[in-house]
Design a protein around this ligand. Structure first.
Ligand code: ADP
Length: 401
């Protein structure tokens, strides 16, 4: 039997297929530009260490068409990974927002779907796409057990002092306005790997997920005690196109003095800010090239990006009352030596001392960049959200749900 992992967004679906008891995917894919005429499916199969990639351009009018195309590719004779849909026993869905009630991987029932829908107001960009993905999967794979794994769940252990905002109670009680935190599947996965590697279940860790979206988590003994994103994935660190933390008065100023609408502010802070707003680019590869060419905007943007991370390291070390390891992960965290170097610079007082040469090496898997004498481990751990979801499906299956 197989486990299919699905990450269904508003206009894209990512998927990976795992054999029930293996951590290696047998195929993966990305369906992009759903709802447009120029949809694109990238389907990769991994056979006996040989990877094969197919790219298909076709109109993908909705999620159902996209998933049907995926199911067709999984069983297409020349590249078939399965004989028929019934071989998929479990489907694991990434769901961004589980609110306060969906706090662990859960078998999807009508009631669970209702709860995910009830959170649309808090996750308008994500949860509707997840529900579409779930409903199409239920139709196409009726025999499979559908499981939801939530990005907010890992952060549900935050103490109230960390998850409440200092605004009147009623906004929390009536509207659920509080810190939820995101990227939880990734933070939990790399924290677990760090704990195993350190052989210290009580380790005090700061996990730093730097992708297009960026967030940090303070983890003590495997439990998350604080995180940098908030009600939405906009708070905290400087990101590819998101501002991260900003004085709320900036919004009021733009609204009152410049006539910005709520929609314009949403676009400004989510899509036109962050590294893009500071440099004109949102991909760190472009910005790092400019940094090395001494471009002043790129220099400032990198410094701001790293400085924000440093401040969170300071704050979380205080919250944890100590620090055993920093863990860098995701696209930038795993690949960008410059970010790691700037973050770790002038942090000896916390026992953070990065080995500059090791930091430059490009190696796969877990890496330890701690220089001799460094008291705090500096680790790079590749994240793998799909595998984390597949493992949760396996665990729930073994428990007989
Ligand atoms: P997502 O948040 O979409 O899952 P990823 O974790 O894949 O994102 O990270 C994507 C980002 O990682 C890209 O925008 C890019 O800035 C950065 N990135 C990827 N590869 C490299 C690299 N070799 N060097 C620097 N940055 C990189």
């Amino acid at each position: 039997m197989y486990i299919l992992v699905i990450n269904s967004g508003s206009s894209s679906i990512k998927y990976q297929l795992f054999l029930q008891h293996s951590d290696q995917p047998v195929c993966s894919g990305l369906i992009e530009r759903i709802g447009q005429d120029n949809g694109l499916i990238t389907h990769e199969i991994f056979r006996a260490d040989v990877a094969q990639t197919l790219k298909l351009e076709q109109s993908i009018k909705d999620h159902e068409t996209g998933m049907q195309a995926m199911a067709g590719l999984l069983t297409r004779e020349d590249i078939a990974m399965i004989d028929n849909a019934a071989q998929i026993g479990t489907i694991g869905h990434r769901v961004v927002h589980g609110g306060e009630t969906l706090t662990k991987p859960t078998v999807i029932t009508a009631e669970v779907k209702e709860k995910i829908m009830a959170l649309y107001a808090l996750a308008p960009l994500h949860n509707p796409g997840h529900i579409k993905g779930i409903e199409v999967a239920e139709k196409l794979f009726p025999a499979a057990t559908q499981i939801a794994v939530f990005d907010t769940a890992f952060h549900q252990t935050l103490p109230e002092r960390a998850f409440r905002y200092a605004i009147p109670d009623k906004f929390y009680l009536e509207d659920g306005i509080r810190v939820y935190g995101f990227h939880g599947i990734s933070h939990q996965y790399v924290a677990g790997a760090a704990i195993t590697w350190l052989k210290d279940p009580g380790a005090k860790l700061i996990t730093i997920h730097l992708g297009n979206g960026c967030s940090m988590a303070a983890v003590s003994g495997g439990r998350c005690i604080d995180t940098s994103m908030g009600l939405t994935p906009l708070d905290g660190l400087v990101m590819g196109t998101r501002s991260g933390a900003i004085d709320p008065s900036v919004l009021l100023y733009l609204q009152q003095q410049k006539g910005y609408t709520a929609e314009q502010l949403t676009g400004l802070l989510n899509k036109q800010s962050g590294m893009l707003g500071l440099t004109g680019y949102n991909d760190m590869r472009d910005i790092s090239r400019l940094y090395h060419e001494n471009d002043p905007a790129a220099k400032l943007a990198y410094e701001l990006y790293a400085y924000r991370i440093k401040k969170f390291i300071g704050a979380y070390t205080a919250a944890l009352n100590g620090l055993d390891a920093l863990v860098f992960t995701a696209g930038v965290g795993e690949n960008d030596a410059l970010t790691r170097e700037l973050v770790c610079r002038d942090m000896e007082f916390l026992g953070i001392n990065i080995d500059i040469a090791k930091n430059q090496l490009r190696e796969k898997g877990l890496r330890d960049l701690t220089a001799g004498g460094g008291r705090t481990r500096i680790l790079v751990i590749p994240t793998n959200e799909e595998l984390a979801i597949a493992r949760e499906c396996r665990r729930l299956g073994a428990e007989g749900h």
